[in-house]
Design a protein around this ligand. Sequence first.
Ligand SMILES: [Zn+2]
Length: 611
Amino acid sequence: MPKSLPAVLLAFAAFGTAAAETTADRWNLAEIYPSVEAWNADAAKLEAQMKEFAACKGRMGENASRFRQCLDLKADMTKRQHRMAAFSGEQVSEDTGNAAYLELDQKADLLESRLNEATAFVDPEILHIGKDKVAQFLAQEPALGIYRFPLEQILRRAAHTLNDEGEALVANFGLMNNAGGSAYSILTNADIPWPKIKLSTGEEITLDASAYTKYREAQNRDDRKRVMDEFFGTFKTYERTIGINLYSQLKQDTVYSKVRKYPDSITRALDRNNVPVAVFDTLIRETNANLPTLYRYFRLRAKMLGVPQLHYYDIYPPLVKGDFKIPYAEGRKLVLEAVAPIGKDYVAALTYGLDHRWMDLYPRPHKQSGAHMDDYAYDVHPYVLMNYNDDYESVTTVAHEWGHAMHSYLAQKAQPFVTSNYAIFVAEIASTFNEELLLQHVLKTAKSDDERLYYLGTALEQLRTTFFRQAMFAEFERNIHARVDKGEPLTGEALTKTYCDILKRYHGAAEGVVAIDDAYCVEWAYVPHFYNAFYVYQYATSIAASSLFAKRVEANESYLNMLKAGGSNYPYELVKTAGVDLATPAPYQALAARMNSIMDEIEAILAKQKK
Ligand SMILES: [Zn+2]
């Protein structure tokens, strides 16, 4: 779960701090495997296990002990393959130019697909064995207890599974899956000739997606307007083609929901993790109810940028420039102090990880950009890749990624391998909650009002992009999927019109809050997530949940239990058990309240500074 850093930050991350790097700043991958020989030995072991596993095919239902033996072997193989992938994958991310490790990582990929093939019969076979016999096995063999929930997840699919002939047919058509998404990816990454433009600084840029995210933040207003005009102008040229692409993806989702006997696309998508559709509906309803909070932010932004009418191209430049430095020693201290409310054990575990080389800290030539957490080495510990750049953004990234790392650490300690892996729906709560605690802490420790303004401005922007913008995307998805489910055709033009209505409503265009040129309404064509149906809403629900958890931080016991539960229950249930029901308005209201209190603080500082 990488936290995407703005391109502008990555550009600055160029090796400035490598000179100060010591062994303690590098992660220790030797804990996964001391040598490539040891990795190869595990590969040989996995090969042998796959041969042994072939004997399970068609025989898993013979008796309870046979059933358990096969499930144990499958879990052990998967755990081994994950550990191998963690080693080869992270060796590559620490040095993307290392040919020997690139080859090892390709070997890991091949082993993964062979393992998938070797175990592909398992789920259908469990469905054949059926609920009653599985229940009988569970009663006979206590050691099967750890599989109770994973088995329930497989058996739940029975109602959406066809007979053998039907399944074979579906599998064959599966070869044509995701053609729309693949074509979109090639089109936007390779084929579209992005325009070259000259900025007011004299700088000449090729305006592709990464240049767009960097230069839409330009301080010069004419520059950022040009950037948006040219970028969306290019998408407009491809509106019809991208429209057909997305429409084909939507139709694919409709067909699958019909074949799998779901009432509609959204029910099928959310059923993967058993999330009630009510969560999605509550998110959209509450977001719309709280749009005045977003409008307040845009009006404040207009004031702080000094523009009489905010335009869509004015929403990205930072409100306050934060050029003060935070070296890692200080950043680490801030994060540790910030998470103190979660409890002593949490702080102790985090300190231990930070002290024992679980993280690769600084940027280096050929190192992978951005940041991510890797928890694939279940028997070792999580690893964190950073590109720490001595600024506040880096500190928030440390808080975020270690939120994931501690989640994995606690879940892996408390859960057997088969129920340790948690869903995205919960994952981004663990990370954004830490970011919220960090914000609360730095607001207390800030040395000046300007510094405080910077933190507050950053937090506002995060709430806009992680909550409101993702909810807007979610509402768009809901609308277009529902129409295709009903058999309505959708062209690029129709998609633009639908997006335009939603975009203008979210930005208060009718109320004069943000002026939106119709030329920007093709923005839907720029969002790759629409090829992954009903995914982004989880960013919005997560940050809403963490807003409510932050208000109840004294109840940290139930929060910690949610982290420790890993993937041992459905994610909506886990969050609800911890005290936050995402199908009710409370978490969304907490988020709006938090955004308003941030704006109260900003306005108080501005009034003091007489701006
Ligand atoms: Zn994350």
